[in-house]
Design a binder for this molecule. Sequence first.
Ligand code: SF4
Ligand code: SF4
Length: 285
Amino acid sequence: MTANYQELCLKHPCYAKGKKAQTGRIHLPVSPGCNIGCRFCDRKFNDYEKRPGVCSSILKPAEAVEVVRKSLELCKDITVVGIAGPGDTLATPYALETFRLIRKEFPKLFLCMSTNGLLLEEKAEEIIETGVDSVTVTVNAVDPVIEALLNSFVIYHRKRYEGVEGARLLIEKQLNGIRKLAKADVTVKINTVLVPEINLYHIETIAKTVKEAGASIYNIIPLIPQYELSMCSVPNCAQIDSSRRLAEKYLDVFKHCQHCRADAIGVPGEKDFSSEIYSRKLNLA
Ligand code: SF4
Ligand code: SF4
């Protein structure tokens, strides 16, 4: 039985409405590859950068179980096991494989995954069977012309689609996937990377569209200008506030996002235990 939206709002730190939550999450970096080309994506392996797409190393599913065990010893506040990359969680089979192992070993922890949504429609049944409690889909635009400015290509069933053609395919798959999960009562959260020069005036349309598809909560993530979008600006507070207010007309908005690493461990925005876990190497073999 998966958690419902109300339970997640109480126990998942990234579903907290109003005040920042005091529960924790662990991100397991088991998903190395990706199947789309976001123009702001710069995946890296290091110990010092605090942002999505960065982790110390990739874990194998069996190693991830041991990392969860050790993390629970260090941080009693962890309620959620999440997989958020560093690539896409559905582009390789490791995330769902990891969740099946975690579900068996730690049945009380919530399972949460983030995806770009390209494969969401076709993997929805497997996600539901695995017992994933919440799925975050990054939807940066619902207009293919705008999406093409944020994403250069998608690779779908070994074929590469560029520009507007790829963007149209991605949006279609994302929305169909959200509809399928919502119909099965899996809670869906939407992340949108806000790029002032590209999608600032599109947020209301995104929020309305994903709400109609069945999403419950929305999270606006300010752009970190890098890679092909290094010339774009970081949204200012007024832009973030006005975007949130427009989104709030349609669905709940999460306001405490911390730009976490793909191997973050602990309560978001507080002490992170990942360096302790990964520097010890844990005798994972
Ligand atoms: Fe990078 Fe995530 Fe976009 Fe893939 S979906 S290119 S990992 S930001
Ligand atoms: Fe939660 Fe934001 Fe961190 Fe993801 S990046 S775990 S949504 S706080």
